[in-house]
Design a protein around this ligand. Sequence first.
Ligand SMILES: C[S@@+](CC[C@H](N)C(=O)[O-])C[C@H]1O[C@@H](n2cnc3c(N)ncnc32)[C@H](O)[C@@H]1O
Length: 259
Amino acid sequence: MKTTKASIYDFPTYYDLVFGSDTAAELKFLNECFATYVTGKTKRLFEPACGTGRLLYRLGKQGYEVGGIDLNSKAVSFCNRRLEKYGLKGRAMVGDMSDFVAGRRYCAAFNTINSFRHLPTEEAAMGHLQCVANLLRPGGIYVLGLHLTPTRGEASDEESWSARRGNLAINTHMWPIEKNPRRRQERFGIQFCVYRPTGTLKINDVLELRSYTAKQFSSLLAAVPQLKPVEFFDFHYDLKNPIKVDATTEDIVVVLRRS
Ligand SMILES: C[S@@+](CC[C@H](N)C(=O)[O-])C[C@H]1O[C@@H](n2cnc3c(N)ncnc32)[C@H](O)[C@@H]1O
């Protein structure tokens, strides 16, 4: 099998398939959040770290005007081709979500699957929240989802899963390599085994993520007072079941409202 060391984000088609299984639940949940927590009508949506536009183009097809930003130019081109293909209003741009200007006001923003943890420092995380606060209109919301590090109980963070579409099948394995709670750095190995009619390919990558305990996340939020937490959920994406965050919480989706 051919093996390559590369960023998984450089393979938009594979990325979309591997991370697509929760898409329907995420879309339903996001729509419910917009209807419940945004003051006034939700017309324009922004996704920091939008990647391939997996969620963005589907929301565009539902009638929202969309915008996004991502560091990976291949993912952004893929996203924009999709937005163009469906004749949708709005585009993604290449840039760093910790330091950007969206150029206009949005009703809601979202960032659901740990992308926020790619920001390597407290300064970058704060910069990001400030940029999002600047792009939201008052009464707008930011829906932010990430895994926390529990300080009681065991974290469950080795995973394997498979995905298939037509002739393309991908087995994914993700495992922790190193965790440094003092520096708040975590490194995960991730491997895509890609099976195509033209041959098989193994892609190996390492993801570097910043860690957050519930307390660390709460003190970060307190530093950006324009974004106020209104409710917490988990990766079950069930609006009827908000959660109470404590030392055992592993995953959260927080709804922040712009004052
Ligand atoms: C797990 S993917 C999520 C993509 C998309 N949000 C989704 O739900 O499918 C993480 C994305 O974060 C992007 N990313 C990482 N660091 C970034 C940064 N500093 N600014 C903007 N995007 C970043 C990566 O390029 C990648 O596309």
